[in-house]
Write a protein that binds this ligand. Structure first.
Ligand code: SAM
Length: 273
């Protein structure tokens, strides 16, 4: 479990199960917005004050991606539900820039910034033996977001050289800052070669898998691995699957291997809350 994933929170923050904290913050912001207007404040100013309160509350959230959801969720709902609200122009600009920075156009074909859940990769190393001669494997998180996948990979493969590629500039900065032990750069995951990697990890969309497996087959050395959290290739059977009650499967494809029937490994750990 990486820093800030929730288990070490204290007091009331620990007691509230996600997404309850988000719902409470948004309910608070709506109440403030309506209450301030009822007290005679112009709608734009009421919105700006409620936005400030919601943002302040979001700074308390751990892990930080939850804070981000809380911070962005309320202005988004305000924009959708009350399009005639006179939010100041800078408010809209800020919102737009934040969204564009987090989820830039090119990333729309693949998944947005949803992170690998804590514990999702536990047990992976036992299923991915390296090909002969690999001492320090190179592992790529293709679309590394804010670094949750890289952190999980580091826990599972200590000593591996970890690389993260991310298209969103903001997430790339955040990831590089959080994962200083990894090589993180801003790039399109489809553009560069995967030739130098022993394992490529993906947490994208179901549609990404056929393209990823074709790329891996063309570029990665025989005996290397493509691992996909949650989404399997629609036709090619996986060579192994890491799965267990209450957790998302990790589908494993060995490059250069004849497709085999999936072997499975049951997770011994329960999915953390
Ligand atoms: C579901 S998130 C997974 C994040 C991370 N791999 C993890 O598991 O914690 C998918 C990430 O891929 C990024 N992404 C989507 N398309 C991309 C592309 N073409 N090139 C690089 N990154 C991309 C998104 O911005 C997002 O951060």
């Amino acid at each position: 479990m990486h820093a800030g994933q929730g288990t070490h929170l204290t007091g009331w923050r620990r007691g509230l199960r996600w997404p309850l904290p988000a719902l409470l913050c948004w309910a608070g912001a709506w109440t403030a917005w309506a209450g301030l207007q009822a007290a005679g404040m112009p709608a734009g100013w009421a919105a700006a004050l409620a936005l400030a309160g919601n943002s302040a509350a979001s700074a308390w959230m751990r892990p930080r991606w939850r804070g981000l959801i809380v911070a962005l969720g309320w202005p988004l709902s305000l924009a959708l539900l009350t399009p005639d609200t006179q939010l100041p122009a800078w408010g809209w600009l800020l919102l737009l820039l934040t969204l564009a920075g987090l989820y830039p156009l090119r990333a729309w074909h693949d998944a947005p910034w949803f992170p690998t859940p804590a514990g999702a990769l536990t047990g992976l190393a036992a299923l991915t033996p390296w090909r002969a001669g690999v001492a320090a494997p190179r592992i790529l998180d293709a679309g590394c977001g804010q670094g949750a996948g890289l952190t999980a990979l580091r826990g599972e493969y200590p000593g591996a050289q970890l690389v993260g590629i991310e298209w969103s500039r903001w997430l790339c900065w955040l990831c590089a800052w959080r994962c200083r032990w990894a090589e993180v750069r801003r790039a399109d995951l489809w553009a560069g070669s995967w030739a130098g990697y022993d394992l490529v990890y993906l947490f994208q969309r179901p549609e990404s898998l056929p393209r990823a497996l074709a790329k891996a087959g063309r570029e990665m050395p025989p005996g290397s691995w493509l691992a996909s959290l949650e989404f399997a290739h629609p036709e090619r059977p996986a060579d192994a699957v890491l799965q267990g009650p209450g957790r998302r499967p990790v589908w494993l494809y060995r490059c250069g291997a004849a497709p085999s029937r999936a072997s499975t490994a049951a997770a011994r750990r329960k999915r953390p809350t």
